[in-house]
Design a protein around this ligand. Structure first.
Ligand SMILES: [Zn+2]
Length: 248
């Protein structure tokens, strides 16, 4: 039932906070309207029928009505709870990192269908994958592409030479090779190669490409700096992963 002051949206909960005595304040990434916020009244009571649809990471269908200052949840229904993520601490941390990223980059009411579909696919895949952190890197790199912030990683911006070590300049979004300049963030050719493989879904190359732990750490650091440059704020998403000191 949707009228003048009500609407029905499909979305994924990317922020869920306690609000007042028994309410929650939520941010969802919707399929058709981008980021939206609403208040869910009484959902922290055990007998609330809308309780499970307001959990973080849930993909649900939400009937909202427009209040004076914000939308209010009338009814919520779980489409997919992504239980495969919830029973695993590393997978949960990867999902949390993704929600922090989305809260930082998404804008209210700006539709981002490709990112939405990617998120839905990623959460499904996360439940079964053996390499959650690799899936996280894939999600971040593809999202940055879909959001129109992809770094220019093809060749040196001055001499146009390819396939060497570079310095990346975040302010310009450009690569400068080590012959032309020695300032900026040093990126070896393997980091560019890995980034491009993930950005272009060119997974065949992975079979013949040795990915070291050091390269993955450097890639994560590059992604962190890239996201900070896009959002103009400190990216805290990776903190969830850094806290997992036992990881192999
Ligand atoms: Zn150059």
């Amino acid at each position: 039932m949707t009228g003048k002051n009500t609407l029905s949206v499909e979305g994924i909960v990317i922020l869920s906070r306690e609000y007042k005595d028994a309410d929650k304040s939520l941010v969802i990434f919707t399929k058709d309207r981008g980021r939206m916020s609403f208040v869910a009244r009484g959902v922290r009571r055990l007998n609330s029928k809308n309780r499970s649809s307001t959990d973080l990471l849930v993909n649900g269908e939400y009937q909202l009505s427009k209040g004076k200052a914000y939308y209010i949840l009338n009814q919520g229904q779980v489409i997919e709870g992504f239980m495969g993520i919830r029973k695993d601490l590393l997978k949960t941390s990867v999902a949390m990192t993704i929600t922090v990223f989305l809260n930082d980059v998404l804008v209210d009411n700006m539709v981002q269908k490709e990112v939405y579909e990617l998120l839905n696919w990623t959460f499904k895949r996360l439940g079964t994958t053996k390499d959650p952190k690799f899936l996280l890197r894939y999600f971040l790199i593809k999202s940055i592409l879909y959001l129109g912030h992809q770094p220019r990683l093809n060749s040196c911006n001055i001499c146009n030479k390819k396939n060497q070590n570079y310095f990346y300049q975040f302010s310009e979004g450009n690569l400068i090779c080590e012959n032309c300049n020695r300032e900026g963030f040093f990126v070896e050719s393997d980091l560019i190669k890995l980034y491009k493989i993930l950005e272009t879904d060119n997974f065949d190359i992975l079979k013949t490409f040795v990915i070291t732990k050091a390269l993955l750490e450097k890639t994560d650091y590059f992604l962190e700096k890239l996201i900070e440059h896009i959002t103009d704020k400190k990216f805290t998403g990776f903190d969830y992963l850094k806290k997992l000191t036992f990881e192999v």
